[in-house]
Design a protein around this ligand. Structure first.
Ligand code: 6PG
Length: 467
């Protein structure tokens, strides 16, 4: 009974995470029903003296020291419930289960309440960074009982990615706070991926840039204020040759994007909360439109589109850089706005500066911007929206003429930039003291007697229109 940490689910993520734990000198024991996966762990390399695994649940349970800390890295959904049920008869009061998958936050709340009755602490802990992150240092977003967290804290702080020595993990709040934050992280991820792909499309279609030139541009951007994991891997992708042919791999990949649902959940829940996240909404819609490949091919033949307009190469590249920078800020602003509102609605008591901090390394949306974002929330804990942060006003202002020109140029050239345009129009609307929604109120009252408020006096009004 001397293993510090248990891990259920020895797929790629699980194997990498447990080896990371062992590398950090904690004794870790893995469990998977599949003996092949158990065996695979022992061939992976790493600190094998500190790690062992079994396909026998009793052996696994008996190996763990009290209170047991058992992390699940299994697919979200019913499997999580099944694993919990299989563990339960073997557990003792005070043991801790941590779900490291992308579980839906209400499932986490249900499981937490159910297990609390049995004296078991349950954590939903989003883990970001893919397989490499799990092995070398992910960003971890745990939520659950603050007291019980003290048992997991040293392990998580050791295995998490570090930003200037600070671990990218923190206890974010009670119940499903961690899963919720990870869900919104993924919504922002969808937005940033969509924006990057639009900039790629724009540069390629209008300037006819080669993959090599695109590689150079993204690589240069990644060394400057656009420094981010997604820009970095985009540069890498353009340099990848195709193993199965002569060309570049990116050109051989089918343009139909798949999704597991976390981006969609972010949009759906933002709608429920009444918080606008149009950049994320559009990113989900674009994956859906991309899936309609066969219909797109038919439609493409039915309509003509303009040729991309003539434009100076360096000018468009500079416009694209500013547009990407602005729209990354817009994506973060929307996601963080949603988190701030969800924090009140679900009583998570989130500290937005801490969330921005633990996203600075390890996770998919890490970027050079997050340090400044964290600072903005340190300056004003209850900042409703990043666009209101004084430090961000000049950053955004400086890009806006280019963003407007880029969206106009793309529209005139028949190149779809829905993420960029949604980000721009989100900005235009959010920063307008007057919007034409007075007309909507008039229409609602006209056809449905839904009443309206006035700008010059208090009260609720109704008019017999046309009389
Ligand atoms: C991460 C990612 C990860 C997610 C994939 C795939 O933070 O490491 O968000 O958790 O599962 O990005 O998501 P989709 O299949 O929905 O694109």
């Amino acid at each position: 009974k001397n293993y510090d940490f248990g891990l259920v689910g020895l797929g790629v993520m699980g194997r990498n995470f447990i080896l990371n734990v062992a590398d950090n000198n904690f004794k870790a024991y893995g469990y998977d029903l599949d003996q092949e996966k158990v065996d695979a762990l022992k061939t992976e390399g790493g600190n094998l003296e500190k790690v062992d695994a079994s396909s026998d649940i009793t052996t696994f349970i008996n190996a763990l020291s009290a209170p047991r800390k058992i992390m699940l890295l299994v697919p979200a959904g019913k499997i999580v419930d099944q694993v919990i049920e299989s563990l339960l008869p073997h557990l003792d009061q005070g043991d801790i289960i941590i779900d490291g998958g992308n579980s839906f936050f209400t499932d986490t709340d249900r499981r937490e309440a159910y297990l609390k009755e049995k004296g078991i602490n349950f954590f939903g802990a989003g883990v970001s960074g893919g397989a490499e992150g799990a092995r070398k240092g992910p960003s971890i977003m745990p939520g659950g009982d603050a007291e019980a967290y003290t048992h997991i804290k040293p392990i998580f702080e050791a295995v998490a990615a570090k930003f200037k020595g600070e671990p990218c993990v923190a206890h974010l709040g009670p119940k499903s706070a961690g899963n919720y934050v990870k869900m919104v992280h993924n919504g922002i991820e969808y937005g940033m991926m969509q924006l990057t792909s639009e900039i790629y499309d724009l540069l390629k279609k209008s300037l006819g840039l080669s993959n090599d030139e695109l590689h150079q541009i993204f690589d240069r951007w990644n060394k400057d204020r656009l420094q981010s994991f997604l820009v970095e891997i985009t540069a890498e992708i353009f340099a990848q040759k195709d193993d199965l042919g002569d060309g570049d791999l990116v050109d051989m990949i089918l343009d139909k994007a798949k999704q597991k649902g976390t981006g969609k959940w972010t949009s759906q829940n933002a709608m429920d909360l009444g918080i606008p996240v149009p950049t994320i909404d559009v990113a989900v819609s674009m994956r859906e439109i991309s899936a309609l490949k066969e219909e797109r091919i038919v439609a493409d033949k039915l309509y003509s589109r303009p040729e991309p307009q003539e434009i100076d190469k360096d000018k468009l590249i500079a416009m694209a850089e500013k547009s990407l920078y602005f729209s990354f800020i817009a994506a973060y602003a929307q996601g963080l706005h949603q988190l701030a509102d969800a924090s009140k609605e679900y009583e998570y008591d989130l500290d937005m500066s801490v969330i921005a901090k633990i996203w600075r390394a390890g996770c998919i949306i890490r970027s050079g911007l997050l340090d400044a974002i964290s600072e903005a929330y340190i300056t004003d804990k209850s900042l409703p929206n990043l666009l209101l942060a004084p430090a961000f006003v000049p950053k955004v202002q400086e890009t806006m003429a280019s963003v407007r020109e880029t969206v106009a140029y793309a529209a005139m050239s028949g190149i779809p930039v829905p993420g960029l345009s949604a980000s721009l129009n989100y900005f235009e609307a959010y920063t307008s003291s007057h919007l034409p929604l007075n007309l909507i109120q008039a229409q609602r009252d006209n056809f449905g007697s839904h009443t309206y408020e006035r700008i010059d006096r208090e009260g609720i009004f109704h008019t017999e229109w046309g009389k």
